[in-house]
Design a protein around this ligand. Structure first.
Ligand SMILES: NC(=O)c1ccc[n+]([C@@H]2O[C@H](COP(=O)([O-])OP(=O)(O)OC[C@H]3O[C@@H](n4cnc5c(N)ncnc54)[C@H](OP(=O)(O)O)[C@@H]3O)[C@@H](O)[C@H]2O)c1
Length: 298
């Protein structure tokens, strides 16, 4: 048993989980880490893992994140994103631990011009969005001491995400097709992780729901253009390919997506002192971090 209550990082092998593990390590803060082997769908397994340990924080990065696949297997999405979150929230309550959890801009319909504030009415269009919203509701129903961060267009140096997928397309294909009528704000997982690790390290108590994204609004097509530009400049790719703009309808993804689910991140800056940077500055940081990990030049 450790002397001070510890931090349990759940979903530590995922995109955001790995980034958070790195942030805690960089601060010299030890964490208990778990992923698939401690299944959040199983309350008894979670309780067994926590047994005999003093846990002050649970930071949950585990989720079912396959947005298109969720349309065909809603039970699987809800089991993790709703029931799994409820299991963690109930356990946090019993342990007296604080819980950090993440949700998504896909809880909103995205059919208006103005950015969404935390108190705006969610109306998810997809199974994934509905499962994440149900998780939010169960969390708020079982626990008071939680931080819930809704983030949009999350990408990072680990795992499956849009930026790494585009880099693969640029290397392997002769042209790309990218949706140009969905607008949003990318969120670099590295910066999000730094902000959240800082919050946990400082023992934050201003609980609640917060919107978090990098500054600026772009389309996926514009984002792809910037990724290619920086990839060329940093020598990550050697040649340019045309990026064709397509509509959401023509692209034909399985799950419906909001066209304009912008998040107003004023509250998280004001209440928690989080610092957000322009999306392009964070994309540059992504390339530096990727180069550092690969041991090549920035
Ligand atoms: N990616 C985005 O664009 C985005 C946008 C907005 C919000 N978010 C939210 O941000 C958070 C982090 O997302 P992410 O992209 O880092 O997710 P991710 O890369 O898919 O990581 C999730 C991790 O949870 C694990 N996991 C899945 N089911 C589990 C279970 N039943 N028990 C324990 N672990 C389980 C996954 O394992 P497997 O890989 O084996 O499934 C994976 O390692 C999620 O809450 C997500 O909904 C993501």
């Amino acid at each position: 048993m450790s002397e001070r209550p510890g931090i349990w990082l759940v979903g530590a092998a995922g995109m955001l989980g790995r980034q958070l593990a790195g942030e805690f390590a960089a601060r010299g803060i030890p964490v208990l880490a778990s992923d698939r082997e401690v299944d959040i769908r199983d309350a008894a397994v979670l309780a067994g893992f926590a047994d005999g340990r003093r846990i002050g924080w649970i930071v949950n990065c585990a989720a079912y994140t396959a947005v298109d696949r969720a349309e065909d297997e809603p039970e699987a999405a809800f089991a993790v994103n709703a029931a799994g979150v409820e299991n963690l929230a109930r356990l946090a309550g019993r342990l007296g631990a604080k819980l950090v959890h993440f949700s998504t801009d896909y809880v909103f319909a995205g059919d208006r011009a103005a950015p969404y504030r935390e108190e705006d009415e969610p109306r998810p269009l997809s199974v994934y969005g509905r499962s994440k919203l149900e998780g939010e509701r169960r969390l708020a129903a079982c626990l008071e001491r939680f931080f819930l961060f809704r983030v949009s267009w999350l990408y990072g140096v680990h795992g499956a995400n849009f930026v790494l997928a585009m880099l693969r397309v640029f290397r392997e294909r002769d042209r790309a097709r990218v949706v140009d009528d969905q607008f949003g704000s990318p969120t670099y997982a590295g910066r999000l992780a730094a902000n959240v690790a800082g919050l946990v390290a400082s023992g934050g108590e201003r609980f609640g729901v917060y919107h978090y994204c990098d500054a600026g609004v772009i389309s996926w097509r514009q984002f792809a253009g910037a990724i290619q530009e920086l990839a060329l400049r940093t020598g990550t790719i050697a040649r340019e390919i045309p990026i064709e703009a397509v509509t959401t309808a023509a692209y034909g993804a399985r799950a419906p997506r909001p066209l304009r689910a912008l998040l107003d991140s004023g509250r998280v800056k004001e209440a928690l002192g989080f610092t957000m940077r322009p999306w392009r500055a964070n994309l540059e940081e992504f390339f530096r971090e990727k180069a550092r990990l690969e041991g090549s030049r920035p």
